[in-house]
Design a binder for this molecule. Structure first.
Ligand code: C2E
Ligand code: CA
Ligand code: CA
Length: 615
């Protein structure tokens, strides 16, 4: 556009110059000056547009203005040109014709991107030009007019086809931009979905972990300036399952959403809150907090969670336990921090539901010790460090030994003696329990060979042993190898172990019994199993949990519990044994109730084989 105006300006100056003195001054000086000033102003205006990004509306306005100016100026120049035609000789008149045609062509070419302006200007100027010069009667000017008409038609055609191609490019660019925008929106949505918990709209586990990872990364890159502390918290709801069970899943979902909102309110933008799954929430507070501040915060979380939830058919209430880990003391990787916070959470739940625990150096030592024991246990199994002690099982009437219960012992040269209550569950967790059971059973059966024929072996099995395929065959083969009759061996299985996988247990126990082994349900009464479960199982004996024996001497209730169990055994025609007898009183009470098979420190503590002698 500025080039167009410059062109008009030069043309105006040149024709003003050739007609100066021939035509009146107002036509050679004033009119061209006014036209030139307008051209100059428009040129400057267009130059100033170069760094402006217009909105669509603004751009449309400017284009309309340009079209208007093109027409007004075009008409202005044409009229001016026609007025000059009256002065001077043929040469001057030719200059006017030349000036007008070249100006119009120039304008059309410059307005190629604004076809509306170009075409309307062409229409106005070409028509008046042709009429004007054809009516002059001069054959040269008539030829010029025809020539000019043809050139203009060609130009119009060029403008139209050029504009079609030009607008095609623009439209396809717009379409491309739209597509790009849509893809971007879709990407953003996918990104959001991948990082958002669908139910609560909080961050999800994935996003929580990447946030943790980013904080740690950022801190690692700034390590020279010292580590920057932050706090990771886990909140687990207590009593959420009953809400789900009683009020239904939709209500459970609403509780989760509300808990999310309440926690968000407590956090008040000071940290990241995520739902990690189920009824577990995660928190990151990216600044150092003192232990007291953490405790206060967790109290506010607990209070918020404990507010009752209004359900359609009543109110529900849940509480939340919190576990916290502080970076970098508790860990320096996302997994470590989560493990530590989880450990703290576990302890919070264990201590007192709805409480909170901060992972500390005491926990750290505990974990280290635990890891040390795990390592040592693996070696102990390989190096055959586990031993058996035997505790006699007595016939209370006859006061003679009827069997021995084999109990695992582990004496580590550095860690000292470690209780089976500790290392057996650990071995179960590590997946090495069946190796231990097999090795110990070999030892026990080998020992049994030296015992009088009428004394049986009672051997403890883990829940994982019972559910493992091939266990019956393996144990049978071991007994057979040592030529110990199956009917001299009883397997003890705790009632909690049995109910975990009832179907598989049933089969294993039946198979054991089918081969002549006996089955004892250990710790009877301590678990939460129902009689309905127990009665589906095939077994020979119940071993009453020591806690009842302890109660027998101190409470009426304890006594009647034992009476009931004994009565039940009698009716089901199964044997009954009692363990944990520590006093003569307990022994006498049991005898008077009709329980004869007994075991306990009163008779003997478990002893190594070398301390057991048969007369
Ligand atoms: P359990 O099978 O109920 O074994 C009885 C536990 O009570 C033994 O503890 C025994 O020493 C203890 N005890 C016996 N009489 C008395 C008494 O009068 N008073 C008191 N206070 N305690 C008494 P121990 O040997 O520490 O074993 C603990 C548990 O570890 C066992 O409980 C059993 O569940 C498990 N366990 C032990 N050895 C093995 C094993 O070889 N395999 C498997 N799977 N578990 C074993
Ligand atoms: Ca036992
Ligand atoms: Ca027991």
């Amino acid at each position: 556009m500025p080039v167009l105006y410059l062109l008009l300006l030069t043309n105006a100056v040149s024709i003003g110059y050739t007609h100066y003195g021939i035509a009146p001054d107002y036509l050679t000086l004033y009119v061209p000056s006014v036209l030139s000033i307008v051209c100059l102003l428009r040129a400057l205006k267009w130059l100033s547009f170069r760094h402006i990004t217009f909105t669509l509306e603004e751009a449309e306005h400017q284009i309309n203005m340009t079209i208007l100016f093109a027409i007004v100026l075009g008409i202005g120049f044409i009229i001016w040109g026609f007025s000059l035609y009256a002065y001077g000789d043929l040469l001057h008149k030719s200059h006017v014709a030349y000036f007008l045609s070249i100006t119009v062509v120039g304008i059309i070419v410059c307005l190629i991107h604004l076809p509306a302006a170009a075409l309307s200007l062409t229409a106005v100027t070409v028509v008046s030009f042709v009429i004007f010069f054809v009516s002059s009667g001069n054959p040269v000017f008539i030829a010029i007019a025809v020539n000019f008409l043809l050139v203009s038609i060609v130009l119009v055609w060029v403008v139209i086809s050029y504009y079609r191609a030009f607008s095609g490019i623009i439209y396809s660019r717009i379409a491309l931009e739209k597509e790009h925008h849509a893809t971007e929106l879709l990407n953003n949505k996918n990104e959001r979905l991948a990082n958002e918990d669908g139910l609560t709209k909080l961050a999800n586990r994935r996003s929580f972990f990447s946030h943790l990872a980013k904080l740690i990364d950022d801190d690692n890159s700034l390590q020279d300036e010292g580590r920057e502390q932050f706090v990771v918290g886990l909140i687990d709801l207590d009593g959420f399952k009953p809400v789900n069970d009683i009020y239904g899943h939709a209500a459970g979902d609403r509780v989760l959403v509300d808990v999310g909102k309440r926690l968000t309110k407590v956090l008040n933008g000071t940290g990241v809150l995520a739902r990690l799954g189920g009824d577990e929430f995660g928190i990151i507070i990216d600044k150092p907090l003192t232990k007291l501040e953490i405790k206060n915060l967790s109290t506010r979380f607990s209070t918020a969670i404990q507010e009752p939830f209004q359900m359609r058919s009543g109110t529900a209430q849940v509480s939340g336990s919190c576990g916290f880990a502080i970076y970098p003391d508790a860990g320096t990787t996302p997994e470590q921090l989560m493990d530590r916070a989880d450990f703290a959470l576990y302890h919070a739940k264990e201590n007192n539901r709805g409480s909170s625990v901060i992972f500390s150096s005491v926990h750290e030592q505990f974990i280290k010790k635990e890891a040390q024991i795990e390592q040592a246990l693996k070696l102990a199994v390989e190096q055959d460090e586990l031993q058996l002690y035997y505790q006699p099982i007595i016939d209370g009437w006859e006061e003679n030994i009827v069997g021995y219960e084999a109990l695992a012992r582990w004496d580590h040269e550095v860690l000292g003696s470690i209780e089976p209550d500790k290392f057996i569950p650990m071995a179960e967790k590590m997946g090495i329990i069946s190796d231990i059971s097999t090795a110990l059973f070999e030892k026990a059966v080998a020992d049994v060979l030296g015992w009088p024929e009428n004394i049986y072996l009672s051997f403890n099995l883990s829940a994982l042993d019972v559910t493992r395929t091939g266990v019956v065959e393996r144990f049978y083969n071991i007994a057979k190898k040592h030529m110990v009759n199956a009917n001299r061996i009883q397997f003890e299985i705790t009632e909690t172990a049995v109910v975990q996988d009832l179907g598989v247990c049933q089969k294993t126990l039946e198979d054991f019994r089918g081969l002549g082994f006996k089955i004892t349900i250990d710790d009877f009464g301590s678990g939460y199993s129902s009689l309905g479960h127990i009665h589906k199982l095939s077994f020979d004996k119940l071993k009453i949990d020591p806690s009842f024996i302890h109660d027998i001497a101190v409470s009426e209730r304890g006594l009647s519990m034992i009476k009931t169990i004994l009565e039940m055994c009698k009716n089901l025609e199964i044997e009954c044994a009692a363990e944990g007898i520590e006093t003569l009183d307990q022994k006498s009470q049991l005898l008077s109730l009709g329980c004869t098979e007994m075991q306990g420190f009163y008779f003997s503590k478990p002893k190594p084989m070398s301390d057991i002698h048969f007369s």
